[in-house]
Write a protein that binds this ligand. Structure first.
Ligand code: SAH
Length: 260
């Protein structure tokens, strides 16, 4: 029988935001405070160091997600456990695998998914307002999704004309997915389409680059697994102040209705 009546355990699946404590929500901070065990990828635990005093910390490496999720579900039978996930836990994060394991093991635990600021909006904020309305988020990682499917989805998204945020644009294991994606983008969007690269948003070594589809491959070396890339939509443009390129905006369309 699932042990759901002990009433002691709780499993928080916490989004820690882009990586700076200032960007952690108050709920995430309180949930971390309540937890006895904190489990997560070492990269997400490091920025939280000052909140981990007195906790049992279980840190694991990338690629051990299933194992980590299983440990969390088991411990949460009797303990207050926080599984941390960067950004938002429901966006290419740990929430789904943890919920699947709760379902499969029949271990009924009290689960709370605590949302966090995802890389798309963190990156967008540093560029100005490139998303503004409808947009698409795609991951170029082919670890769990075949490359053909990623390319089909990318073409479909590009044909919609809306801005696209690319997560996992490049890693050592798949250095060519990004250049291939930019080649496909060039078939659908104008060469002067603005492109923003945001690397390590709200972390040390934060880098923001504003360029265009025509010149994007000049910045190829800047793009890595810590970057998000925003390809502008048909209405996106470089945001200039006194002639200087300061960011990217996608107007919501107020100019069509109002005079300002
Ligand atoms: N759950 C996370 C996404 C995990 S996928 C979230 O909601 O943000 C990992 C990808 O997210 C990275 O390859 C990168 O594309 C993006 N990312 C995560 N943190 C970032 C940051 N601080 N700056 C820029 N991109 C980031």
């Amino acid at each position: 029988m699932p042990s759901h009546d002990k009433g002691k355990g709780k499993l928080f699946i916490i989004g820690t935001g882009p990586g700076n404590l200032d960007q952690l929500t108050a709920r995430a901070r309180n949930a971390l405070g309540e937890a006895e065990y904190i489990i997560g990828n070492a990269a997400y635990l490091t920025p939280l160091a000052e909140l981990l005093g007195g906790k049992q910390v279980i840190s694991s490496s990338m690629g051990r997600e299933v194992e980590r999720a299983r440990t969390a579900v088991e411990l949460a039978q009797d303990h207050r456990v926080a599984m941390v996930s960067g950004g938002d836990p429901g966006v290419y994060g740990m929430a789904s695998i943890v919920l699947e394991l709760v379902e499969r093991t029949g271990r009924v635990v009290d689960v709370e998914v605590v949302p966090g600021i995802t890389a798309a909006t963190a990156a967008a904020s540093l560029l100005g307002s490139p998303l503004s309305g409808d947009f698409v988020v795609l991951s170029l990682s082919d670890l769990l999704v075949p490359l053909e499917v990623i390319e089909e989805r990318l073409s479909a998204a590009l044909s919609m004309g809306v801005p696209i945020v690319l997560y996992n644009p490049k890693s050592r294991g798949r250095p060519h997915n990004f250049s291939r994606a930019m080649e496909i983008a060039g078939r659908f969007r104008r060469p002067d389409t603005p492109v923003g690269i945001v690397k390590n948003a709200y972390r040390e070594e934060e880098t923001v680059i504003i360029t265009t589809l025509r010149e994007i491959m000049d910045c190829n070396d800047e793009v890595d697994m810590h970057s998000s890339v925003i390809i502008g939509g048909e209405e996106s443009r470089i945001w200039k102040v006194n002639g200087d390129a300061r960011g990217i905006i996608t107007p919501r369309g107020y100019h069509k209705k109002y005079v300002y």
